[in-house]
Each structure stands twice: as C-alpha cells, then as structure tokens.
Design a protein around this ligand. Sequence first.
Ligand SMILES: Nc1ncnc2c1ncn2[C@@H]1O[C@H](COP(=O)(O)OP(=O)(O)OP(=O)(O)O)[C@@H](O)[C@H]1O
Ligand SMILES: [Mg+2]
Length: 337
Amino acid sequence: MPEPSPFVLLRDVSNVYVSRSYGALGKKTGKPVLDHINMEIRKGEIFGLVGESGCGKTTLARAILGLIDYEGEIIIDGLRQDRRRRREMARKVQVVFQDPASSLNPVKTIGSILEEPLRIQGVKNPGERARRVEEILSLVGLDSAYKKRKPSELSGGQRQRICIGCALMLDPKLIIADEAVSSLDVSVGAQILNLFQDLHQRLGLSLLFISHNLNIVYYLCDRIAVMYRGQIVELGAARDIYTQAAHPYTQALLAAVPELPGENSAPPPSGSVFADFPARGALDAVFPSGPDAHDACRYARFCPRRKECDGEGSGTLVNIAQTGNEAHYVRCALTGP
Ligand SMILES: Nc1ncnc2c1ncn2[C@@H]1O[C@H](COP(=O)(O)OP(=O)(O)OP(=O)(O)O)[C@@H](O)[C@H]1O
Ligand SMILES: [Mg+2]
C-alpha cells in the first residue's frame, strides 16, 4: 500500500527564542523551545498535537506558518517554507487562534474583515471579493446579513465562525486550529468542532488541531503527536495512542483524563468530549518543573518507571508498530520494537 502523501513535512525543526533582558542594552539570552521535530501532516488528514502548557505547540504552529526563524526544514506542498515566502504560503496554510475577540478588528464590519485577505493578495475586483464573502459566510453557517455587523455585535461562537471564514478566504489546503474551541462554552465549542469536521469533509482540508483536551483530539483526529518540553515523545494513529499509549508521559496524560475509553469503545459521545482536563494545579503536581536528571530523557525526573531505566537510548523515536500497521513512534528507552 503506498504511503499517503505528506502535505507538510518537518525535518529536524528546532528553534531558539532570543530576547534581551533589561531592554535593548541588556544581555541577549536564548530560550530553546522546539528540539529536532520530525513529523508530517498528510493531505486531507486531521492531525492532533497535545502536550502541557509551554511545551511548544504554538511555537510549532508559528514555524509552519513561517512566522519565526528556525533550524531544519519545513516543506509545504513540495515547497520549502521560508519567511520570504509568507504571502505565497498564506494561500496554502491558514490559522485560527483561541480568542476570536482579539483576532477581529473591532471597528471594521464583518464584510470588510472577510475581504481583507483577498485585498492583501491583490484581488482588485470588488464584485469578486463580495461574491467570495457571501460564499464563505454560507460555508461557515452564517446568514449574509452578518457582513454588515461589527464583531462586537456577534456571539463568541459566531465570531469564531468569522475567524474560520477569514482562514478559508484564500482557499487554503491546511488550517491550523490552535486551541480554537478552548475559550468557548461546551455546546458552542461542540458546534465549532462539527463545523471543522464538516469543512474537512466538504473541502478535503487538512487540519492541524492543537489542544489541551485529549478527548477532543481523540474524537476529531486521525493521528496524534504528544509533545513534551519541545520534543515529540509519541506519535501514531489516534486509537493506538489512546488504547496502547507506550510513553509514560502519554500514559500519565491519559490517566488524568476523566473518561478513558476502553479497548473497543467508540469515540467518546459529544457530551464527554469536553470533559475537561484537570485544573492546572493538578497537572503541575504531576509534572513539576525543574532540571532533568539527565539529558537523554527529559521526562526522566518525573517518570514513574525511572528506576528501571538509565535513560540511554531515549533520544530517538522508534517505530513499535507491527509490520503493515500505521507507524507508532515512541521516544522511550523502556520501549522497544
Ligand atoms: N516570543 C517569545 N519569546 C520568548 N519566549 C517565548 C516566546 N513565545 C513563546 N515563548 C516561550 O516558549 C515556550 C513555548 O511556548 P508556546 O506558546 O509554544 O507553548 P504552548 O505549548 O503553545 O503552550 P499553551 O498550551 O499554554 O498555549 C514557553 O516557555 C514560552 O514562554
Ligand atoms: Mg499555545
């Protein structure tokens, strides 16, 4: 069976945020975040990215969008991502962020906001822009009358629909949804998830879905990557990650999810999709921050199985899937093929 073709390919992607303490005259300091990320997002798939706060999920999204400098290589639809190619890449990859209120210009009308990406891309014909606005409003489930309103006259869910509409204006092939339903209440969030699923099916879109909520990711995604402190520690089919998690960190994350589905269970029903992740305090107790016991494994200090392991050999992702199955990669010295 041929491998499904990748739409986005990341090879050894690493980054360091450089900042200066005490303003422009201060000493330069670097904060490494992404550490040799290797993964692909296939054409037409929904790919989930999970991991605790601060592990680098948004940074990874920003690298794919060409918004930050990085080392390594990102190939999008056969072309190398480069900050100088941002305009060209914007036609292929778009993003929807968590907070729809701050993403929309409050003084402009929805019609004008939606037209903006077309104007930037040089679509000069007003009739053509207006037609596309009508098309997109209907695609995101809103009446054409909404184009005359301002963002403040919309509900949170409707505003997020407009953000999704803006992302769709240039007919991208991939949308990155970065915590796109986290700020919405349960029922509205579920409607937006359904909209993503619907768009995925109708337009053949690929989606990179970033979330704290493992139930949502399992419900929505084909494959999932689990990130820990800038590294991917496990990657595989959503069902394999859920039912056969091999990395102790993934296991700990799953143990913290209230309703873990059993081996043969269907995806969680929509009511429990939003069963929330534990409060931050609870997670902090499980994953306190601090120096690593050794460099090879970043999780070593907190790993419940650390006594069985010296951490050697945990520096690479190893495929533990049986031949013929979807690859299941794990970065752990205790897990072998
Ligand atoms: N512009 C920046 N300059 C310096 N450090 C940054 C910058 N942006 C993010 N960071 C740091 O990089 C790390 C990763 O941040 P990032 O936003 O990618 O995390 P995240 O996984 O998306 O977290 P969350 O789930 O809370 O959104 C954090 O420690 C953050 O403080
Ligand atoms: Mg983030």
